[in-house]
Design a protein around this ligand. Structure first.
Ligand code: DSN
Length: 479
């Protein structure tokens, strides 16, 4: 990431002093958050550091404007500037990803997925039903036909990756609305290789016949063949939905191309904008033209008024992502993940799937007798911010887990390179080697309590501090 520009750095000082006069605790928390982010090794695979222009664009009076509807077709007056913002963001999204259609209103990833689900239901279920009944909209249906249609929505099936194989909550998990809206079946990974077994997936899809086949993940450290996923979807009459939230930056940066680029293959693609894509917190839907009209009904179908200030920031981030500099960044994210994985492997660590070819690694900490939660906490004590994550067939369940997920997008934004990530692996191994699970009162190992040997957290923080100082976050921004 380039240096913070000096004018913005001083603007942030002014902004904080103004906030301080209204609610000093918020000004203080904001300052402290910058200190904390600067002084830790941020390895949460879904986090990043947006540029100051992106951050600044979020804080404007566009926040004060209602604009339900779509460009040129709003339910509120005086939306001419929001129209500009939404059009520019969508234009950048289409050009960046080579998408036929882009909808930039979703507030988050789950919103983007809900928009996609309802758009697919509208296109695949509602439209044919209306046509059959000679109705234009649901308003034209009799009460009885409407009841039948409502029941038909509830009978649909989705198939996505299971949570413990690296899938996401919104892909049909029982504790998410997607698992309650749809009949759901998940596909896992091969027990030996921990990789997606496309033959098994195909056989399952043939049997289950989902309306929607979902590809995408939040903790699978490998690339997916979207051409094969589309072939399977076509074979069983499913619509292919790809959730690329985690790896959108690698698609934007042309690291994932051909069969690994979801956009040409999927009917609908969803994403967040704040992970590897390095934009503001938000979501987005890309779609083939046949789904455009249905996607546009995202508001009011499942969304409230668009967050115009966030759409503006998406436009700025997407413009940044259309540069050669961003392509270099994306390649570095993938190269650094490989360096991190190799750093672990040469130090005898166990990685889910044996490595990575995207932006994350999933470290199995079972060999230390630690849960993922203990490892996450011990690492945090040492200034390493990661998050615990299930491994396939996790013996410790989804709360304690046996894995720690580590991603390279954020530190790569600070300029960390392969050698730095090898050192990061060394530091993490040092912490884990020197951490032990505390027994509970009954003598069994506790799942949450742990002890780090004296001095280890301190030496890790000192070593991390040297790297962090060499790669400053928002240089020039002093609060
Ligand atoms: N919370 C995000 C992640 O960490 O992967 C996904 O929603």
């Amino acid at each position: 990431m380039s240096n913070a520009n000096a004018e913005l750095a001083s603007a942030y000082q002014t902004i904080l002093s103004v906030i301080e006069k209204v609610e000093p605790r918020i000004a203080e928390a904001t300052r402290q958050e910058l200190v904390d982010q600067r002084e830790s090794l941020k390895l949460i695979a879904s986090e990043n550091y947006a540029s100051l222009p992106v951050l600044a664009t979020m804080g404007t009076w566009f926040s004060d404007k209602y604009a339900e509807g779509t460009v040129g077709h709003r339910f509120y007056a005086a939306c001419q500037n929001v129209d500009t913002v939404e059009s520019v963001a969508a234009e950048h999204a289409r050009a960046l990803f080579g998408a036929e259609y882009a909808y930039v209103q979703p507030h988050s990833g789950i919103d983007a997925n809900l928009v996609a689900y309802w758009a697919i239901l509208a296109q695949r279920i509602e439209s044919p039903a209306l046509e059959k009944l000679g109705a234009k909209t649901v308003n034209d249906l009799s009460e009885a036909d409407w009841e039948t249609l409502r029941k038909t929505f509830g009978e649909q099936r989705v198939m996505g990756m299971s949570l413990d194989a690296g899938g996401h909550l919104t892909h049909g998990f029982r504790h998410n609305i997607s698992g309650k809206m749809f009949h759901q079946r998940s596909y896992g990974t091969d027990p030996e290789t921990q990789l997606i077994d496309y033959d098994k997936l195909r056989a399952d899809a043939r049997e289950f016949k989902p309306l929607i086949l979902i590809a995408g993940y939040s903790a699978y450290p490998r690339r997916v063949n979207f051409a094969t996923m589309r072939e399977i979807a076509d074979e069983v009459g499913a619509t292919l939905l790809v959730d690329m939230a985690h790896f959108a930056g690698l698609v934007a940066g042309k690291v994932f191309t051909g069969d690994e680029d979801p956009v040409p293959h999927a009917h609908v693609v969803t994403t967040t904008t704040h992970k590897s894509l390095r934009g503001p917190r938000g979501g987005m839907v890309l779609a083939k033209q046949e789904f455009a009209g249905a996607v546009d009904r995202g508001c009011p179908m499942v969304l409230g008024g668009p967050l115009s200030h966030m759409m503006a920031a998406k436009a700025v981030a997407l413009a940044e992502a259309r540069t050669q500099e961003f392509q270099t960044y994306a390649q570095n994210v993938a190269d650094n993940a490989k360096a991190l994985a190799e750093g672990f492997l040469k130090r005898g660590q166990k990685l889910v799937t044996g490595g990575t070819d995207n932006h994350l690694v999933l470290l199995d900490v079972g060999q230390y007798g630690l849960t993922g939660r203990q490892a996450e906490s011990a690492l945090l004590d040492a200034g390493v911010v990661s998050n615990r994550n299930s491994v396939p067939q996790d013996p410790n369940g989804a709360w304690y887990t046996t894995g720690v997920r580590l991603g390279t997008p954020a530190l790569t934004s600070r300029g960390f390179g392969a050698e730095d990530f090898d050192r990061v692996a060394e530091l993490i191994v040092d912490v884990l080697t020197n951490t032990s699970a505390n027994p509970t009162a009954s003598g069994a190992p506790g799942k949450a309590k742990y002890t780090i040997a004296d001095g280890v957290a301190e030496r890790t923080k000192a070593a991390a501090g040297e790297m962090l100082t060499a790669h400053p976050l928002y240089p020039g921004l002093e609060l």
